[in-house]
Design a protein around this ligand. Structure first.
Ligand SMILES: [Zn+2]
Ligand SMILES: [Zn+2]
Length: 99
């Protein structure tokens, strides 16, 4: 079984060799690979800071938000490209798709 790291977007085998346990008893793994877990908040903070100066218009609701990870998720984690729609619209969109 493979698992995609939520931070770097890379695929690793879903084992404790690549992911830390979130809950060892039930065998649940953390959503981030060990490499990203070790980089920790410093990496995330750097990304947030780099983006905090820019603004981005959501394609769907037309509102302007700061172009950071609070309002947009990554379309491409590796290249740090943000989605065209805000997190709110993305969630709505995903909810509609499930119906
Ligand atoms: Zn990772
Ligand atoms: Zn939106």
């Amino acid at each position: 079984m493979d698992k995609i790291c939520k931070t770097c977007g890379l695929v690793f085998p879903a084992t404790s060799q690549y992911f830390q346990y979130r809950d060892k008893a039930s065998g649940m793994l953390k959503p981030h690979c060990k490499m990203c877990t070790n980089k920790g908040d410093r990496y995330k903070k750097r990304v947030m800071r780099e983006m905090s100066v820019k603004e981005k218009v959501c394609k769907y609701c037309g509102l302007t938000y700061p172009a950071n990870l609070e309002h947009f998720s990554f379309k491409n984690t590796h290249k740090k490209i943000l989605n065209d729609c805000c997190i709110g619209c993305e969630e709505e969109f995903l909810a509609q798709q499930k119906k």
